[in-house]
Design a protein. Structure first.
Length: 624
Protein backbone atom coordinates (compact mmCIF):
# COMPACT_ATOMS: atom_id res chain seq x y z
CA UNK A 1 0.00 0.00 0.00
CA UNK A 2 2.82 2.39 0.86
CA UNK A 3 4.38 1.81 -2.60
CA UNK A 4 1.07 2.83 -4.14
CA UNK A 5 1.01 5.94 -2.01
CA UNK A 6 4.57 6.77 -3.01
CA UNK A 7 3.57 6.40 -6.70
CA UNK A 8 0.71 8.77 -6.04
CA UNK A 9 3.14 11.20 -4.43
CA UNK A 10 5.22 11.25 -7.60
CA UNK A 11 2.21 12.19 -9.72
CA UNK A 12 1.42 15.76 -10.68
CA UNK A 13 -0.73 16.75 -7.66
CA UNK A 14 1.30 14.65 -5.24
CA UNK A 15 4.77 15.96 -6.03
CA UNK A 16 4.55 18.93 -3.73
CA UNK A 17 2.92 17.29 -0.71
CA UNK A 18 5.95 17.68 1.60
CA UNK A 19 9.66 18.37 1.88
CA UNK A 20 12.67 17.63 3.96
CA UNK A 21 13.74 20.45 6.17
CA UNK A 22 16.67 22.22 4.53
CA UNK A 23 17.77 25.03 6.76
CA UNK A 24 21.25 26.49 6.62
CA UNK A 25 21.53 28.03 10.10
CA UNK A 26 23.93 27.12 12.87
CA UNK A 27 23.20 23.72 14.35
CA UNK A 28 20.99 22.53 11.47
CA UNK A 29 23.83 20.76 9.68
CA UNK A 30 22.46 21.50 6.18
CA UNK A 31 24.14 23.60 3.53
CA UNK A 32 22.97 27.14 2.88
CA UNK A 33 20.15 27.67 0.40
CA UNK A 34 19.97 31.13 -1.19
CA UNK A 35 16.79 31.82 -3.09
CA UNK A 36 14.99 34.66 -4.72
CA UNK A 37 12.09 34.70 -2.25
CA UNK A 38 10.52 37.81 -0.76
CA UNK A 39 12.08 39.29 2.36
CA UNK A 40 9.03 38.28 4.42
CA UNK A 41 8.87 34.75 3.04
CA UNK A 42 10.76 32.09 5.03
CA UNK A 43 10.07 29.22 2.63
CA UNK A 44 7.96 28.16 -0.33
CA UNK A 45 6.51 24.70 -0.88
CA UNK A 46 5.03 24.46 -4.35
CA UNK A 47 2.87 27.55 -4.69
CA UNK A 48 2.35 27.90 -0.91
CA UNK A 49 4.48 30.43 0.96
CA UNK A 50 5.45 30.27 4.64
CA UNK A 51 5.62 33.83 5.92
CA UNK A 52 7.95 35.17 8.59
CA UNK A 53 4.95 35.82 10.87
CA UNK A 54 3.72 32.23 10.49
CA UNK A 55 7.16 30.86 11.32
CA UNK A 56 7.54 33.10 14.38
CA UNK A 57 4.15 31.95 15.68
CA UNK A 58 5.00 28.27 15.11
CA UNK A 59 8.46 28.66 16.64
CA UNK A 60 7.05 30.35 19.75
CA UNK A 61 4.55 27.49 20.07
CA UNK A 62 7.42 24.97 20.01
CA UNK A 63 9.26 26.94 22.70
CA UNK A 64 6.05 27.13 24.77
CA UNK A 65 5.50 23.36 24.49
CA UNK A 66 9.08 22.77 25.60
CA UNK A 67 8.67 25.12 28.59
CA UNK A 68 5.44 23.39 29.67
CA UNK A 69 7.13 19.99 29.52
CA UNK A 70 10.43 20.86 31.19
CA UNK A 71 9.48 23.82 33.38
CA UNK A 72 11.71 26.49 31.80
CA UNK A 73 12.19 28.14 28.43
CA UNK A 74 15.35 27.29 26.45
CA UNK A 75 17.84 29.93 25.36
CA UNK A 76 17.97 30.63 21.60
CA UNK A 77 21.12 28.51 21.29
CA UNK A 78 19.59 25.66 23.29
CA UNK A 79 16.43 25.82 21.15
CA UNK A 80 18.54 25.59 17.99
CA UNK A 81 20.62 22.72 19.36
CA UNK A 82 17.45 20.80 20.22
CA UNK A 83 15.99 21.38 16.76
CA UNK A 84 12.99 23.49 17.76
CA UNK A 85 13.30 25.79 14.70
CA UNK A 86 13.58 22.69 12.51
CA UNK A 87 10.48 21.21 14.07
CA UNK A 88 8.48 24.41 13.58
CA UNK A 89 9.49 24.68 9.92
CA UNK A 90 8.87 20.98 9.40
CA UNK A 91 5.29 21.30 10.66
CA UNK A 92 4.67 24.36 8.50
CA UNK A 93 6.17 22.78 5.38
CA UNK A 94 4.07 19.65 5.84
CA UNK A 95 0.90 21.73 6.15
CA UNK A 96 1.96 23.86 3.16
CA UNK A 97 2.43 20.78 0.98
CA UNK A 98 -0.99 19.46 1.96
CA UNK A 99 -2.52 22.93 1.43
CA UNK A 100 -1.00 23.01 -2.06
CA UNK A 101 -2.57 19.71 -3.04
CA UNK A 102 -5.89 20.55 -1.37
CA UNK A 103 -5.99 23.77 -3.39
CA UNK A 104 -5.38 21.92 -6.63
CA UNK A 105 -8.24 19.56 -5.79
CA UNK A 106 -10.53 22.50 -4.86
CA UNK A 107 -11.03 21.22 -1.32
CA UNK A 108 -12.38 23.66 1.25
CA UNK A 109 -15.32 24.58 3.44
CA UNK A 110 -18.26 26.93 3.24
CA UNK A 111 -18.59 30.09 5.30
CA UNK A 112 -21.42 28.39 7.19
CA UNK A 113 -19.15 25.50 8.16
CA UNK A 114 -16.41 27.93 9.22
CA UNK A 115 -18.90 29.66 11.49
CA UNK A 116 -19.87 26.35 13.04
CA UNK A 117 -16.20 25.46 13.59
CA UNK A 118 -15.70 28.82 15.29
CA UNK A 119 -18.63 28.27 17.67
CA UNK A 120 -17.45 24.74 18.53
CA UNK A 121 -13.81 25.71 19.17
CA UNK A 122 -13.21 25.31 22.97
CA UNK A 123 -10.45 27.95 22.80
CA UNK A 124 -13.14 30.61 22.49
CA UNK A 125 -15.56 29.32 25.12
CA UNK A 126 -16.62 31.63 27.93
CA UNK A 127 -17.47 30.85 31.54
CA UNK A 128 -20.59 28.95 30.52
CA UNK A 129 -18.89 26.82 27.89
CA UNK A 130 -20.48 28.57 24.89
CA UNK A 131 -18.83 30.78 22.28
CA UNK A 132 -17.71 34.11 23.74
CA UNK A 133 -16.82 36.90 21.23
CA UNK A 134 -14.65 38.59 23.84
CA UNK A 135 -12.65 35.40 24.40
CA UNK A 136 -12.29 35.06 20.61
CA UNK A 137 -10.85 38.57 20.33
CA UNK A 138 -8.49 38.06 23.28
CA UNK A 139 -7.11 34.75 21.93
CA UNK A 140 -6.49 36.30 18.51
CA UNK A 141 -4.72 39.27 20.08
CA UNK A 142 -2.46 37.02 22.17
CA UNK A 143 -1.54 34.96 19.11
CA UNK A 144 -0.99 38.01 16.90
CA UNK A 145 -3.66 36.99 14.37
CA UNK A 146 -6.41 38.94 12.65
CA UNK A 147 -9.88 37.49 12.08
CA UNK A 148 -9.09 37.16 8.37
CA UNK A 149 -5.92 35.18 9.13
CA UNK A 150 -7.81 32.95 11.57
CA UNK A 151 -10.53 32.07 9.05
CA UNK A 152 -7.93 31.54 6.32
CA UNK A 153 -6.01 29.15 8.58
CA UNK A 154 -9.21 27.31 9.51
CA UNK A 155 -10.19 26.97 5.86
CA UNK A 156 -6.79 25.46 5.02
CA UNK A 157 -6.95 23.15 8.04
CA UNK A 158 -10.34 21.90 6.89
CA UNK A 159 -8.92 21.26 3.43
CA UNK A 160 -6.05 19.23 4.88
CA UNK A 161 -8.50 17.24 7.00
CA UNK A 162 -10.64 16.46 3.93
CA UNK A 163 -7.57 15.35 1.99
CA UNK A 164 -6.27 13.00 4.68
CA UNK A 165 -9.76 11.68 5.41
CA UNK A 166 -10.40 10.96 1.73
CA UNK A 167 -7.20 8.95 1.49
CA UNK A 168 -7.17 7.11 4.78
CA UNK A 169 -10.54 7.41 6.58
CA UNK A 170 -11.70 3.91 5.64
CA UNK A 171 -8.37 2.14 6.10
CA UNK A 172 -8.81 -0.50 8.82
CA UNK A 173 -6.16 -2.51 10.62
CA UNK A 174 -5.34 -5.63 8.55
CA UNK A 175 -7.28 -8.67 9.74
CA UNK A 176 -4.09 -10.69 10.24
CA UNK A 177 -2.68 -8.00 12.53
CA UNK A 178 -5.97 -7.81 14.43
CA UNK A 179 -5.99 -11.59 14.90
CA UNK A 180 -2.39 -11.63 16.13
CA UNK A 181 -3.10 -8.83 18.58
CA UNK A 182 -6.24 -10.58 19.80
CA UNK A 183 -4.23 -13.76 20.41
CA UNK A 184 -1.49 -11.79 22.19
CA UNK A 185 -4.01 -10.04 24.44
CA UNK A 186 -6.64 -12.75 24.87
CA UNK A 187 -4.83 -16.11 24.96
CA UNK A 188 -4.99 -17.72 28.40
CA UNK A 189 -2.85 -20.26 30.21
CA UNK A 190 -3.37 -22.43 33.26
CA UNK A 191 -0.44 -23.48 35.47
CA UNK A 192 0.42 -25.64 38.42
CA UNK A 193 2.62 -23.64 40.78
CA UNK A 194 3.89 -23.15 44.30
CA UNK A 195 5.67 -20.30 46.06
CA UNK A 196 9.12 -20.58 47.61
CA UNK A 197 9.32 -17.97 50.36
CA UNK A 198 11.06 -17.34 53.67
CA UNK A 199 8.81 -19.90 55.36
CA UNK A 200 10.01 -22.55 52.88
CA UNK A 201 13.56 -22.69 54.21
CA UNK A 202 15.29 -23.05 57.54
CA UNK A 203 16.22 -19.71 59.09
CA UNK A 204 19.93 -18.85 58.95
CA UNK A 205 22.05 -19.23 62.10
CA UNK A 206 22.65 -16.19 64.26
CA UNK A 207 25.50 -14.13 62.74
CA UNK A 208 28.81 -13.95 64.58
CA UNK A 209 30.68 -10.71 65.17
CA UNK A 210 33.02 -11.77 62.39
CA UNK A 211 30.05 -12.20 60.01
CA UNK A 212 28.70 -8.77 60.89
CA UNK A 213 32.10 -7.08 60.67
CA UNK A 214 32.70 -8.61 57.24
CA UNK A 215 29.25 -7.56 56.03
CA UNK A 216 29.71 -4.02 57.32
CA UNK A 217 33.08 -3.79 55.61
CA UNK A 218 31.58 -4.83 52.29
CA UNK A 219 28.53 -2.53 52.62
CA UNK A 220 29.98 0.41 54.53
CA UNK A 221 28.58 2.89 52.01
CA UNK A 222 25.04 1.82 53.00
CA UNK A 223 25.67 2.66 56.66
CA UNK A 224 27.87 5.74 56.28
CA UNK A 225 26.43 8.93 57.74
CA UNK A 226 25.99 12.04 55.60
CA UNK A 227 27.34 15.45 56.54
CA UNK A 228 24.87 17.29 58.75
CA UNK A 229 24.92 20.99 59.55
CA UNK A 230 23.11 22.25 62.64
CA UNK A 231 21.70 25.71 62.05
CA UNK A 232 19.50 28.35 63.62
CA UNK A 233 17.11 29.67 60.95
CA UNK A 234 15.05 32.86 61.06
CA UNK A 235 12.32 33.18 58.43
CA UNK A 236 11.09 36.77 58.06
CA UNK A 237 8.12 37.91 55.96
CA UNK A 238 5.04 40.12 56.47
CA UNK A 239 3.16 36.95 57.40
CA UNK A 240 5.63 35.95 60.15
CA UNK A 241 5.77 39.55 61.39
CA UNK A 242 1.96 39.73 61.45
CA UNK A 243 1.92 36.85 63.95
CA UNK A 244 3.71 39.12 66.45
CA UNK A 245 1.24 42.01 66.16
CA UNK A 246 -1.76 42.27 68.49
CA UNK A 247 -4.89 43.93 67.13
CA UNK A 248 -7.33 45.36 69.67
CA UNK A 249 -11.02 44.55 69.68
CA UNK A 250 -11.76 48.26 69.21
CA UNK A 251 -9.73 48.33 65.99
CA UNK A 252 -11.59 45.28 64.71
CA UNK A 253 -14.95 46.85 65.50
CA UNK A 254 -14.11 50.13 63.75
CA UNK A 255 -12.83 48.28 60.68
CA UNK A 256 -15.94 46.11 60.58
CA UNK A 257 -18.27 49.12 60.64
CA UNK A 258 -16.33 50.76 57.80
CA UNK A 259 -16.23 47.60 55.67
CA UNK A 260 -19.56 46.01 56.51
CA UNK A 261 -20.98 46.41 52.99
CA UNK A 262 -17.82 45.14 51.24
CA UNK A 263 -17.83 42.00 53.39
CA UNK A 264 -21.19 40.95 52.00
CA UNK A 265 -21.29 37.96 49.68
CA UNK A 266 -23.56 38.45 46.63
CA UNK A 267 -26.55 36.29 45.81
CA UNK A 268 -25.55 33.18 43.86
CA UNK A 269 -27.72 30.88 41.80
CA UNK A 270 -27.21 27.28 40.68
CA UNK A 271 -28.04 27.28 36.98
CA UNK A 272 -28.41 24.58 34.35
CA UNK A 273 -29.59 24.64 30.79
CA UNK A 274 -30.66 22.43 27.89
CA UNK A 275 -30.45 23.36 24.22
CA UNK A 276 -33.77 22.90 22.43
CA UNK A 277 -32.68 21.51 19.06
CA UNK A 278 -35.92 21.78 17.11
CA UNK A 279 -39.37 23.36 17.05
CA UNK A 280 -40.94 20.25 18.58
CA UNK A 281 -38.79 20.53 21.70
CA UNK A 282 -39.36 24.28 21.93
CA UNK A 283 -43.13 23.71 21.67
CA UNK A 284 -43.10 21.01 24.35
CA UNK A 285 -41.18 23.21 26.81
CA UNK A 286 -43.36 26.27 26.11
CA UNK A 287 -46.50 24.19 26.68
CA UNK A 288 -45.01 22.68 29.84
CA UNK A 289 -44.05 26.12 31.14
CA UNK A 290 -47.59 27.40 30.57
CA UNK A 291 -49.04 24.31 32.27
CA UNK A 292 -46.77 24.63 35.30
CA UNK A 293 -44.82 21.42 34.68
CA UNK A 294 -41.39 21.14 36.28
CA UNK A 295 -38.13 21.46 34.39
CA UNK A 296 -37.08 17.97 35.51
CA UNK A 297 -40.24 16.41 34.09
CA UNK A 298 -39.89 18.14 30.72
CA UNK A 299 -36.22 17.20 30.44
CA UNK A 300 -36.98 13.54 31.21
CA UNK A 301 -39.84 13.42 28.69
CA UNK A 302 -37.63 14.94 25.98
CA UNK A 303 -34.74 12.57 26.77
CA UNK A 304 -32.35 15.51 27.23
CA UNK A 305 -29.40 15.90 29.59
CA UNK A 306 -29.03 19.35 31.22
CA UNK A 307 -25.67 21.10 31.24
CA UNK A 308 -24.68 22.39 34.69
CA UNK A 309 -23.38 25.96 34.47
CA UNK A 310 -22.42 26.14 38.14
CA UNK A 311 -23.38 28.26 41.14
CA UNK A 312 -22.71 31.81 39.97
CA UNK A 313 -23.13 35.40 41.04
CA UNK A 314 -24.69 37.74 38.51
CA UNK A 315 -21.38 39.46 37.86
CA UNK A 316 -19.75 36.14 36.97
CA UNK A 317 -22.08 35.54 34.02
CA UNK A 318 -20.82 37.07 30.77
CA UNK A 319 -23.99 36.22 28.82
CA UNK A 320 -26.28 39.21 29.51
CA UNK A 321 -29.51 37.49 28.43
CA UNK A 322 -28.72 34.47 30.59
CA UNK A 323 -27.91 36.61 33.63
CA UNK A 324 -31.12 38.62 33.25
CA UNK A 325 -33.27 35.50 32.87
CA UNK A 326 -31.63 33.44 35.63
CA UNK A 327 -31.74 36.23 38.21
CA UNK A 328 -35.37 36.98 37.42
CA UNK A 329 -36.55 33.45 38.28
CA UNK A 330 -37.70 31.95 41.54
CA UNK A 331 -35.98 28.85 42.89
CA UNK A 332 -37.01 25.78 40.87
CA UNK A 333 -38.41 27.84 37.98
CA UNK A 334 -37.19 27.90 34.40
CA UNK A 335 -37.39 30.16 31.36
CA UNK A 336 -36.92 29.79 27.60
CA UNK A 337 -34.51 32.24 26.03
CA UNK A 338 -32.55 32.60 22.76
CA UNK A 339 -29.16 30.85 22.46
CA UNK A 340 -26.22 30.63 20.07
CA UNK A 341 -27.67 27.52 18.36
CA UNK A 342 -31.39 28.25 18.75
CA UNK A 343 -33.59 28.32 21.85
CA UNK A 344 -32.61 27.01 25.29
CA UNK A 345 -34.29 26.39 28.62
CA UNK A 346 -32.63 27.96 31.69
CA UNK A 347 -33.37 26.41 35.10
CA UNK A 348 -32.49 27.78 38.57
CA UNK A 349 -32.29 24.81 40.94
CA UNK A 350 -31.05 26.64 44.05
CA UNK A 351 -30.56 30.18 45.33
CA UNK A 352 -27.97 31.28 47.87
CA UNK A 353 -29.09 34.69 49.18
CA UNK A 354 -26.63 37.48 49.76
CA UNK A 355 -25.16 37.55 53.26
CA UNK A 356 -23.55 40.19 55.46
CA UNK A 357 -21.43 38.48 58.14
CA UNK A 358 -21.85 39.57 61.76
CA UNK A 359 -19.00 41.12 63.73
CA UNK A 360 -18.33 37.80 65.44
CA UNK A 361 -18.24 35.93 62.11
CA UNK A 362 -15.81 38.43 60.59
CA UNK A 363 -13.69 39.15 63.70
CA UNK A 364 -10.82 36.70 63.06
CA UNK A 365 -10.55 37.54 59.36
CA UNK A 366 -10.47 41.29 60.03
CA UNK A 367 -7.90 40.91 62.83
CA UNK A 368 -5.62 38.90 60.53
CA UNK A 369 -5.99 41.44 57.73
CA UNK A 370 -5.24 44.38 60.06
CA UNK A 371 -2.20 42.61 61.49
CA UNK A 372 -0.91 41.82 58.00
CA UNK A 373 -1.45 45.41 56.85
CA UNK A 374 0.48 46.70 59.88
CA UNK A 375 3.24 44.15 59.22
CA UNK A 376 3.61 45.29 55.63
CA UNK A 377 3.99 48.88 56.83
CA UNK A 378 6.69 47.88 59.32
CA UNK A 379 8.42 45.26 57.20
CA UNK A 380 10.99 47.38 55.36
CA UNK A 381 12.06 49.24 58.51
CA UNK A 382 12.49 46.07 60.58
CA UNK A 383 14.28 44.39 57.68
CA UNK A 384 16.86 47.17 57.66
CA UNK A 385 17.26 46.89 61.43
CA UNK A 386 17.80 43.13 61.23
CA UNK A 387 20.44 43.59 58.54
CA UNK A 388 22.23 46.17 60.73
CA UNK A 389 22.17 43.78 63.69
CA UNK A 390 23.50 40.97 61.48
CA UNK A 391 26.32 43.24 60.32
CA UNK A 392 27.13 43.76 64.01
CA UNK A 393 27.42 39.94 64.38
CA UNK A 394 24.33 39.68 66.57
CA UNK A 395 23.12 36.03 66.82
CA UNK A 396 19.73 35.25 65.37
CA UNK A 397 18.38 34.11 68.74
CA UNK A 398 18.93 37.62 70.18
CA UNK A 399 17.43 39.29 67.11
CA UNK A 400 14.38 37.04 67.24
CA UNK A 401 13.75 37.91 70.91
CA UNK A 402 13.93 41.62 70.13
CA UNK A 403 11.16 41.42 67.52
CA UNK A 404 9.10 38.59 68.96
CA UNK A 405 10.03 36.24 66.11
CA UNK A 406 10.88 32.53 66.26
CA UNK A 407 14.17 30.83 65.46
CA UNK A 408 14.02 27.22 64.30
CA UNK A 409 16.91 24.85 65.10
CA UNK A 410 17.43 22.22 62.41
CA UNK A 411 19.94 19.52 61.44
CA UNK A 412 20.22 20.06 57.67
CA UNK A 413 21.68 17.63 55.14
CA UNK A 414 22.58 18.41 51.53
CA UNK A 415 19.10 17.36 50.37
CA UNK A 416 17.48 20.12 52.41
CA UNK A 417 14.65 17.77 53.41
CA UNK A 418 14.68 19.02 57.01
CA UNK A 419 13.76 22.52 55.78
CA UNK A 420 10.20 21.24 55.21
CA UNK A 421 9.71 21.86 58.94
CA UNK A 422 9.65 25.60 58.18
CA UNK A 423 6.35 25.75 56.32
CA UNK A 424 6.82 29.15 54.70
CA UNK A 425 10.01 28.10 52.85
CA UNK A 426 8.66 27.00 49.44
CA UNK A 427 9.66 23.52 48.35
CA UNK A 428 11.26 24.94 45.20
CA UNK A 429 13.59 27.08 47.35
CA UNK A 430 14.76 24.39 49.80
CA UNK A 431 17.61 23.22 47.59
CA UNK A 432 18.93 26.80 47.27
CA UNK A 433 18.75 27.38 51.03
CA UNK A 434 20.49 24.03 51.69
CA UNK A 435 23.18 24.93 49.16
CA UNK A 436 23.83 28.21 50.96
CA UNK A 437 24.04 26.39 54.31
CA UNK A 438 26.60 23.94 52.92
CA UNK A 439 28.63 26.78 51.41
CA UNK A 440 28.88 28.57 54.79
CA UNK A 441 31.97 28.39 56.96
CA UNK A 442 31.94 28.11 60.78
CA UNK A 443 32.55 31.35 62.71
CA UNK A 444 31.81 33.41 59.58
CA UNK A 445 28.87 35.80 59.09
CA UNK A 446 26.42 34.44 56.55
CA UNK A 447 24.38 36.79 54.33
CA UNK A 448 20.61 36.68 54.20
CA UNK A 449 18.78 34.84 51.42
CA UNK A 450 16.03 36.72 49.58
CA UNK A 451 13.31 34.30 48.49
CA UNK A 452 11.27 36.96 46.72
CA UNK A 453 7.89 38.44 47.59
CA UNK A 454 9.19 40.19 50.75
CA UNK A 455 10.51 36.97 52.26
CA UNK A 456 14.01 36.65 53.69
CA UNK A 457 15.93 33.85 55.38
CA UNK A 458 18.95 34.10 57.70
CA UNK A 459 20.82 31.27 59.36
CA UNK A 460 23.63 30.82 61.90
CA UNK A 461 25.83 27.75 61.37
CA UNK A 462 26.18 26.29 64.87
CA UNK A 463 28.12 23.08 64.18
CA UNK A 464 29.11 20.63 61.47
CA UNK A 465 28.88 16.85 61.77
CA UNK A 466 31.03 15.46 58.94
CA UNK A 467 30.17 12.28 57.07
CA UNK A 468 31.88 9.23 58.56
CA UNK A 469 31.91 5.46 58.66
CA UNK A 470 29.92 4.07 61.56
CA UNK A 471 31.25 1.41 63.89
CA UNK A 472 29.64 -1.99 64.24
CA UNK A 473 28.37 -1.11 67.73
CA UNK A 474 26.52 1.92 66.36
CA UNK A 475 24.65 -0.03 63.68
CA UNK A 476 24.74 -3.62 64.98
CA UNK A 477 20.97 -4.16 64.75
CA UNK A 478 20.70 -2.73 61.22
CA UNK A 479 23.69 -4.77 60.01
CA UNK A 480 22.34 -7.96 61.61
CA UNK A 481 18.97 -7.48 59.90
CA UNK A 482 20.61 -6.82 56.54
CA UNK A 483 22.93 -9.86 56.91
CA UNK A 484 19.98 -12.12 57.80
CA UNK A 485 17.98 -10.80 54.86
CA UNK A 486 20.86 -11.47 52.47
CA UNK A 487 21.38 -15.02 53.76
CA UNK A 488 17.67 -15.75 53.51
CA UNK A 489 17.40 -14.46 49.94
CA UNK A 490 20.46 -16.48 48.92
CA UNK A 491 19.00 -19.67 50.43
CA UNK A 492 15.67 -19.12 48.65
CA UNK A 493 17.41 -18.48 45.33
CA UNK A 494 19.50 -21.64 45.75
CA UNK A 495 16.43 -23.75 46.49
CA UNK A 496 14.56 -22.32 43.48
CA UNK A 497 17.55 -23.05 41.23
CA UNK A 498 17.67 -26.62 42.52
CA UNK A 499 13.93 -27.11 41.92
CA UNK A 500 14.19 -25.65 38.41
CA UNK A 501 17.08 -28.00 37.56
CA UNK A 502 14.99 -30.98 38.66
CA UNK A 503 12.05 -29.74 36.56
CA UNK A 504 14.39 -29.55 33.57
CA UNK A 505 15.39 -33.17 34.25
CA UNK A 506 11.78 -34.29 33.87
CA UNK A 507 10.50 -34.50 37.44
CA UNK A 508 6.89 -33.42 37.89
CA UNK A 509 6.00 -30.27 39.76
CA UNK A 510 3.67 -32.23 42.08
CA UNK A 511 6.49 -34.59 43.12
CA UNK A 512 8.87 -31.68 43.70
CA UNK A 513 6.29 -29.83 45.79
CA UNK A 514 5.93 -32.88 48.02
CA UNK A 515 9.71 -33.25 48.29
CA UNK A 516 10.03 -29.65 49.52
CA UNK A 517 6.97 -29.74 51.79
CA UNK A 518 4.99 -27.46 49.49
CA UNK A 519 1.36 -27.56 48.43
CA UNK A 520 0.96 -27.16 44.65
CA UNK A 521 -1.88 -24.95 43.43
CA UNK A 522 -3.64 -24.80 40.09
CA UNK A 523 -4.45 -21.39 38.73
CA UNK A 524 -7.49 -20.16 36.92
CA UNK A 525 -6.89 -19.40 33.22
CA UNK A 526 -5.12 -16.02 32.96
CA UNK A 527 -3.78 -13.67 30.30
CA UNK A 528 -0.47 -11.82 30.19
CA UNK A 529 -1.79 -9.39 32.80
CA UNK A 530 -1.79 -12.18 35.41
CA UNK A 531 -4.36 -13.53 37.82
CA UNK A 532 -5.83 -11.01 40.23
CA UNK A 533 -5.53 -11.75 43.92
CA UNK A 534 -2.81 -14.40 43.59
CA UNK A 535 0.97 -14.62 43.39
CA UNK A 536 0.68 -14.60 39.59
CA UNK A 537 1.13 -10.95 38.64
CA UNK A 538 2.11 -9.60 35.22
CA UNK A 539 5.80 -10.39 35.78
CA UNK A 540 5.10 -14.06 36.48
CA UNK A 541 2.53 -14.16 33.66
CA UNK A 542 5.11 -12.88 31.16
CA UNK A 543 7.49 -15.66 32.25
CA UNK A 544 4.68 -18.21 31.81
CA UNK A 545 3.94 -16.94 28.28
CA UNK A 546 7.66 -17.00 27.35
CA UNK A 547 7.50 -20.66 26.31
CA UNK A 548 5.28 -23.23 24.66
CA UNK A 549 2.55 -25.56 25.97
CA UNK A 550 4.96 -27.56 28.16
CA UNK A 551 6.91 -24.58 29.44
CA UNK A 552 8.08 -24.50 33.07
CA UNK A 553 10.36 -22.33 35.17
CA UNK A 554 10.31 -19.71 37.91
CA UNK A 555 9.86 -15.96 38.30
CA UNK A 556 9.91 -13.39 41.08
CA UNK A 557 6.74 -11.35 41.44
CA UNK A 558 6.37 -7.76 42.65
CA UNK A 559 6.08 -8.95 46.27
CA UNK A 560 9.48 -10.66 46.05
CA UNK A 561 7.97 -14.16 46.05
CA UNK A 562 9.63 -16.88 43.95
CA UNK A 563 6.93 -18.66 41.93
CA UNK A 564 7.80 -22.08 40.47
CA UNK A 565 5.37 -23.05 37.69
CA UNK A 566 4.49 -25.59 35.04
CA UNK A 567 2.08 -24.88 32.17
CA UNK A 568 -0.79 -27.40 32.08
CA UNK A 569 -3.17 -25.81 29.56
CA UNK A 570 -3.04 -23.28 26.70
CA UNK A 571 -6.33 -21.77 25.43
CA UNK A 572 -6.34 -19.56 22.29
CA UNK A 573 -8.48 -16.44 22.29
CA UNK A 574 -11.94 -16.95 20.78
CA UNK A 575 -13.63 -13.60 21.46
CA UNK A 576 -11.42 -11.33 19.37
CA UNK A 577 -10.91 -7.64 20.09
CA UNK A 578 -13.76 -5.50 21.38
CA UNK A 579 -15.06 -2.63 19.25
CA UNK A 580 -13.37 0.08 21.31
CA UNK A 581 -9.96 -1.59 21.05
CA UNK A 582 -10.40 -2.23 17.34
CA UNK A 583 -11.34 1.39 16.78
CA UNK A 584 -8.22 2.56 18.65
CA UNK A 585 -6.01 0.17 16.68
CA UNK A 586 -7.59 1.23 13.38
CA UNK A 587 -6.81 4.82 14.29
CA UNK A 588 -3.19 3.98 15.13
CA UNK A 589 -2.88 2.09 11.86
CA UNK A 590 -4.20 5.08 9.93
CA UNK A 591 -1.75 7.39 11.69
CA UNK A 592 1.13 5.12 10.67
CA UNK A 593 -0.07 5.15 7.06
CA UNK A 594 -0.41 8.93 7.05
CA UNK A 595 3.09 9.28 8.53
CA UNK A 596 4.56 6.93 5.93
CA UNK A 597 2.72 8.73 3.14
CA UNK A 598 3.98 12.15 4.20
CA UNK A 599 7.54 10.84 4.58
CA UNK A 600 7.39 9.32 1.11
CA UNK A 601 6.14 12.41 -0.69
CA UNK A 602 8.63 14.67 1.10
CA UNK A 603 11.47 12.91 -0.65
CA UNK A 604 10.35 14.39 -3.99
CA UNK A 605 8.79 17.65 -2.83
CA UNK A 606 10.10 21.02 -3.98
CA UNK A 607 10.86 23.21 -0.95
CA UNK A 608 12.93 26.39 -1.03
CA UNK A 609 14.32 28.19 2.01
CA UNK A 610 15.11 31.88 2.42
CA UNK A 611 17.95 31.66 4.95
CA UNK A 612 18.18 35.39 5.62
CA UNK A 613 14.46 35.70 6.33
CA UNK A 614 14.58 32.54 8.45
CA UNK A 615 17.41 33.81 10.63
CA UNK A 616 15.68 37.14 11.07
CA UNK A 617 12.38 35.44 12.02
CA UNK A 618 14.18 33.25 14.57
CA UNK A 619 15.77 36.33 16.15
CA UNK A 620 12.44 38.15 16.29
CA UNK A 621 10.68 35.14 17.78
CA UNK A 622 13.16 34.91 20.67
CA UNK A 623 13.65 38.65 21.18
CA UNK A 624 17.34 38.53 20.23
Amino acid sequence: MLDGLRNFAKSGPGKILGAFLLVGVAGFGINNVILDLGSNTVARVGSEEISSVEFQRAYRNEISRFAQQFGSSPTPQEATNMGLPSRALQRLSQDAALDNLAGQLDLGVSDERLGQMLREDPSFAGTLGTFDPQAFTQVLQRSGMTEAQYFADQSKAAGREQLVSALFADTPLPQTAASLLARYIGDTRTIDYFVVAETSILPPDEPTDADLAAYLGEHQAEFRTVETRNVDILSFSPQTLAETIDVSQEEVTVEYEERRDSLATPERRTIEQVVLANDEQVGAFEAGLAAGESFETLVAEAGLTPTALGTLARGEITDASLAQAAFGLEEGAFAIIPGAAGRRAIHVSAIEPSHVPSLEEARDQIAQELALAAARNQYAEILDQIEELRAAFQPLTDIAVRYGLEVTQLPVTASGAALAEIEDIPQAERARVAQAIFAAEPERLTPGIALGGNHNIWFDLKSVEPARDQTLEEVREEVAAAWTREQTEAAIAAQVAEITDRLNMGESLADLAAAYNQFPQISSPFTRSGEAGTAIDSTVANAVFAGGPEHHGSAVNAEGEHVVFEVVDVAPDTDGLDEQTLEALDNESRLDLVGGFVTGVREDADMRINQQALEQAMALATGQ
